[in-house]
Structures are given as structure tokens and as C-alpha cells.
Write a protein that binds this ligand. Structure first.
Ligand code: NDP
Ligand code: 2IT
Length: 452
């Protein structure tokens, strides 16, 4: 660490001591972009690190609603508008009981660099609530969303801040949120992404994060003359990202042997093929059931209560559930069992120890802000279609997503090889490459726009 980065990190730690996930995300970025900070003094002279680690604006609000029994419930709502140097704030909303300011600041901070990598004009933001949609009726979810949007609407807009989905926020929630925005503002605009196709959504948006993550993995494998066909893959999660990631892996001839939820993991050595995946989609999206039921449905599979998938031997691992779901020991187990690639569909699923394990082992490691950027990239394409009042075809959007992921890989690869001493003809430090590439674009825009 240099004097500058040590000082900034110390300051961030002092100011945000009670936000461990935010500190983790900041430490990962600051410790890897040092080569560019040393080469280009303008960033230090303009106090870019001090500024980029402070959200431009944080909104915290009360969300009152009534449940089906008529009882009054109160949740806390948030929107962290982190950085608008390269475009309107853009990023998802998370509804989960674990949500707090520190978690949304980590997600908003990551989003700044991720959105920069997409090549589209989007700043970074994130929001959500400690509301738990599990076990709630549709009408309860609707009343909650309406109350949440009643406050949020005064802070967002198609050219200001454009939220989308994340954990616990899918098509149903985006629908209720959009309906309330339109009612209060009397405007039909692209203020949210992830909309349904019949009222302004984009084809491929639901698929985009999962598909994009597999495209990124393919690009990494290609640097070693390899591809995913025939690979045994472990996947965590069974939500939006995991489902479409499994779909794409199946299409490309890989075999996926695990999926999970917050209660446990199912292991199916025969592979979760297209037919079984269709059953999982119905289970999770329509019946809103638990992954445990898979083991009773499909013989030869087993349910591992309270366990994550990382002890199962695989060639490639795709964490698609949540932050810090792979620690140092689990990363070491993956490597020991022969895993050659980790591509992150979730945000910050590997902790700092786990990342060191991957880098020391020299495996192909695609960090979240590069590997899962396909979701927000297609959100950017949804915004473009809304502005044009036109809809592109499935093939057009998928081709653009494919090119964007190729571009992100190339950009991260080139920045890694330009700046990082540990890169060789056979090893690329994509963590540093993605962080540096994402940082430079935002930092230069901040300098251009003066001290704001
Ligand atoms: P969903 O709500 O659709 O699915 C989340 C999945 O992760 C569920 O299987 C859920 O299990 C599991 N999960 C959630 N929290 C935990 C936890 N604390 N421990 C273990 N498992 C958990 O969300 P998404 O698929 O949209 O999001 C998954 C990840 O991908 C998140 O990290 C998100 O930030 C990231 N991401 C999402 C994008 C998108 O476009 N949706 C874009 C880029 C990243 P359960 O049902 O038990 O809660
Ligand atoms: O983490 C993410 O990139 C998302 N949840 C998607 C954000 C978006 O605006 O589509």
C-alpha cells in the first residue's frame, strides 16, 4: 500500500466502522488500483479516492404499510445515489431482511465501477428495504411497493436515477413500483428497468445477468484455448441470476450439478437439464417454494440442509446467491477439488481471503463487477429502447449483450496486462484489471466536471 491509499483507507474505515461489507468492497478496489494511482498523479491531486468513496447522496425513509390482517407494519427504505459522473444513477433495489445502509453502500460502490465497464452512460446507485417478501401475499407486496414508491418517486426519474431489481425484487415488484410511480407523477417514462414486455421492458433483460456471466466465463476460458462444453459446474442460488445462468450453461453443453437457496443445496450428479430447470423455475417463480423439494421430485439427487455447494467437485463454479457466500476455506476446497474457473453472478460472493486463494492458485477468476455486468448492461439497453420508443428483437439484444461482455473482458484483460506485475502469458488478474478499467473512466469524468 502507498501513503495515499493507506491514508484514504484509514479515513474510510474511521468514518464507516460499522459497515463491514462497504469496507470490504472499498478495500478490494483501492488495494488493486494502486498501479494506476502511482502512474497518474492527477487522481491523488484531485482527491478522487476520497470523493469516490463518499456517496453523492443517501436517502433513508420510513415505509409504513398494512398487512392482510389490517396490522400496521413499518420498514426502512433506502436509496444510495453513489456517483453520477458518467450518467444517471443506475442500480437495483433489494428487498431482504438483512438490508442495511452498509450493504447498500457496498452494492452502490460496486455498481459505479460495474456500470462504467458496460461502456454505457450509467452512474451508480443502489436501494432497497429490510422488507421480507417471503411469505407475504401479492396484496401485501403491492401495498408495501406502493408505500415505498410514494417516497422514492420524488428522488428518481428517467434522467436522474433509474432503479431495477435485485434480491427479492423481480417482475412482480417492478410492476407495482412502476404503477405507483406513474400514478403519482402522471408520466409513462423509463424510470425503472426490468419492466414486463407489454409495458416497456426489454427482451433478454430477465436472462441478461445469467447469460452475460456465462459469456464472460467463455471469454476467460478462450484465453486458455478452452470452453464450457462438457464442464461440470456448481451453481449457488435458484433465483433470477442462477436460473438463466443454468439455462445458458445447458445450451452450451455444460453439466450443472447444484443449485441452492438460503436453507440448503441440492446436488444432482446426473445434471439439472432443461426439463428439471423448467420445474425449478415453476417452483421458485410461480409457487415460490423451497429448493429442498427438488430432491423429492428427482431421484438420484440429494438435498444438503444448511450447506453451500462448494464442497462438491467441479470444473467451474458460479456463485449466484449473495455476498460472502465463499470464504477462504471454501475457495481452497474448490481449488483442491479441481475447480479451474470461478465467475461471479452474485455481487461480492467471495470474501477477501477467498479472492487471494483464487489468485494464488492462478485459476480463471471473473469478479462480480465484470462477470455479472450483463444485467445492468441490458437495463441500459432497455433505457435506450424506452428513449427511442422502439423495441429491439431478442436476437438484437442478445447480440449486443454478447458484444458488451466480450468488450468488458477485453477491457479488464488489457488493463490487467498493462498495469499488473503478476500477469503473465497464462495468468490474468481480472480483479485488478476490472477495477482499474472501471475506475479510470469514472475518475477522468469527475476531473473533467470539476469539484462537485
Ligand atoms: P433473487 O431474489 O431472484 O434470488 C436470490 C437467490 O439467492 C435465492 O435463491 C435466495 O434464496 C438466495 N439467497 C438470497 N440471500 C441469501 C443468503 N443470505 N444466503 C443464501 N442464499 C441467499 O435474486 P437475484 O438472482 O436477482 O440475485 C442474486 C445475486 O445476483 C445477488 O447477489 C444480486 O445482487 C446479484 N445480481 C443480480 C442482478 C440482477 O439482474 N437480478 C444483476 C447483477 C447481480 P432464498 O430464496 O432462500 O432467499
Ligand atoms: O447488481 C446489479 O447489477 C443489478 N441488480 C442490476 C441493476 C440494474 O440496474 O439492472
Amino acid at each position: 500500500m502507498t501513503e495515499y491509499t493507506t491514508r484514504v483507507l484509514e479515513g474510510v474505515r474511521n468514518k464507516n466502522a460499522h459497515e463491514p461489507e462497504f469496507l470490504q468492497a472499498v478495500q478490494e478496489v483501492i488495494s488493486t488500483i494502486e498501479p494506476v494511482l502511482s502512474a497518474q498523479k492527477k487522481y491523488e491531486e484531485n482527491c478522487i479516492l476520497e470523493r469516490i468513496t463518499e456517496p453523492e447522496r443517501t436517502i433513508i425513509f420510513r415505509v409504513p404499510w398494512t398487512d392482510d390482517a389490517g396490522r400496521i407494519r413499518i420498514n426502512r427504505g433506502f436509496r444510495v445515489e453513489f456517483n453520477s459522473a458518467i450518467g444517471p444513477y443506475k442500480g437495483g433495489l433489494r428487498f431482504h431482511p438483512s438490508v442495511n445502509l452498509g450493504i447498500l453502500k457496498f452494492l452502490g460502490f460496486e455498481q459505479v465501477f460495474k456500470n462504467s465497464l458496460t461502456t454505457l452512460a450509467m452512474g451508480g446507485g443502489k436501494g432497497g428495504s429490510d422488507f421480507d417478501p417471503k411469505g407475504k401475499s401479492d396484496t401485501e407486496v403491492m401495498r408495501f411497493c406502493q408505500s415505498f414508491m410514494t417516497e422514492l418517486q420524488r428522488h428518481i426519474g428517467a434522467d436522474t436515477d433509474v432503479p431495477a431489481g435485485d434480491i427479492g425484487v423481480g417482475g412482480r415488484e417492478i410492476g407495482y413500483l412502476f404503477g405507483q410511480y406513474k400514478r403519482l407523477r402522471n408520466e409513462f417514462t423509463g424510470v425503472l428497468t426490468g419492466k414486463a414486455l407489454n409495458w416497456g421492458g426489454s427482451l433478454i433483460r430477465p436472462e441478461a445477468t445469467g447469460y452475460g456471466c456465462v459469456y464472460f466465463a467463455q471469454n476467460m476460458l478462450a484465453t486458455r484455448g478452452d470452453d464450457v462444453s462438457g464442464k461440470v459446474c456448481t451453481v449457488s442460488g435458484s433465483g433470477n441470476v442462477a436460473q438463466y445462468l443454468v439455462e445458458k450453461l445447458n445450451q452450451l453443453g455444460a453439466k450443472v450439478v447444484t443449485m441452492s437457496d438460503s436453507n440448503g443445496t441440492i446436488y444432482d450428479p446426473a445434471g439439472i437439464d432443461a426439463e428439471k430447470l423448467a420445474w425449478v423455475m415453476e417452483l421458485k417463480n410461480v409457487r415460490r417454494g423451497r429448493i429442498k423439494e427438488y430432491a423429492s421430485q428427482f431421484t438420484g439427487s440429494q438435498y444438503m440442509e444448511g450447506q453451500r455447494p462448494w464442497s462438491i467437485p467441479c470444473d467451474c463454479a458460479f456463485p449466484c446467491a449473495t455476498q460472502n457466500e465463499i470464504n477462504g476455506e471454501e475457495a481452497a476446497a474448490l481449488v483442491k477439488n479441481g475447480c479451474k474457473l470461478v465467475a461471479e453472478g452474485a455481487n461480492m460472493p467471495t470474501d477477501l481471503d477467498g479472492i487471494s486463494v483464487y489468485l494464488n492458485a492462478g485459476i480463471l477468476y471473473g469478479p462480480a463487477k465484470a462477470a455479472n455486468a450483463g444485467g445492468v448492461a441490458v437495463s441500459g439497453l432497455e433505457m435506450a429502447q424506452n428513449s427511442q420508443r422502439l423495441n429491439w428483437t431478442r436476437e438484437q439484444v442478445d447480440a449486443k449483450l454478447f458484444d458488451i461482455m466480450k468488450n468488458i473482458h477485453e477491457n479488464a484483460y488489457n488493463h490487467a496486462h498493462e498495469y499488473c506485475k503478476d500477469c503473465t502469458s497464462d495468468f490474468t488478474n481480472y480483479v485488478a484489471g476490472a477495477n482499474i478499467a472501471g475506475f479510470v473512466k469514472v475518475a477522468d469524468a469527475m476531473i473533467d466536471q470539476g469539484l462537485v
